[in-house]
Every structure is written in structure tokens, then in C-alpha cells.
Design a protein around this ligand. Sequence first.
Ligand SMILES: [Zn+2]
Length: 104
Amino acid sequence: MSGRFRRRSNLKKALATEAINDLHHVMKESNDQSLSDASARLILRIGKKYGARMKNYTGIAVCRSCKLAMVPGRNSTVRIRSKSIKYTCGVCGRTKTMGPSFRG
Ligand SMILES: [Zn+2]
């Protein structure tokens, strides 16, 4: 009986995931680096708080060192291998790999 509101955190997580998806869209579509960076910081903050992550690869990533949006061709380089995508942050040089067997 008392478990009625237990789903609330799942709902919050679902909303957080949705917000992250939206923010990724903003990062990808925005030509304004400062807006992309603001979205990147929000994504990291929401992800940390709710444990929500991106579900799909959207062509853009967030550097966890500088907390900046890594936009290919703008401030990062991307290398696509057979089944993974390797991002290199042009600011700090940190690399990030994404693919079917990677999360984050
Ligand atoms: Zn970086």
C-alpha cells in the first residue's frame, strides 16, 4: 500500500532522460558554442543527479574534463571505427569512446 509513490523516482528519471535528449538536440543544432556548453553542463548535472544517460548516439558528446560540448569540426575530432566512435576533445585532449558496447 505504501509503495504507491515509489514509481515517482522512475518518472523523474524518465523526465531527466527526456531533458537530456532535448539538451543534446540543442547542442547539436546550436551554432552558438556558449549555448552548447551551457547544455553540456546541464546534461552532466542532470545525469549525475538522476543517473539518466543518453540512449542514442546523436553525433555529439560532452567532455567530462572541461564540461564542454564536443562539437565535431568545431572543438573536437571524431574517428569512426568499425563499431565505435572515438572523440578527442580539442581543448584538453581527452578521448571518449562511444559505441554499442560503451555507455556514457
Ligand atoms: Zn576537454
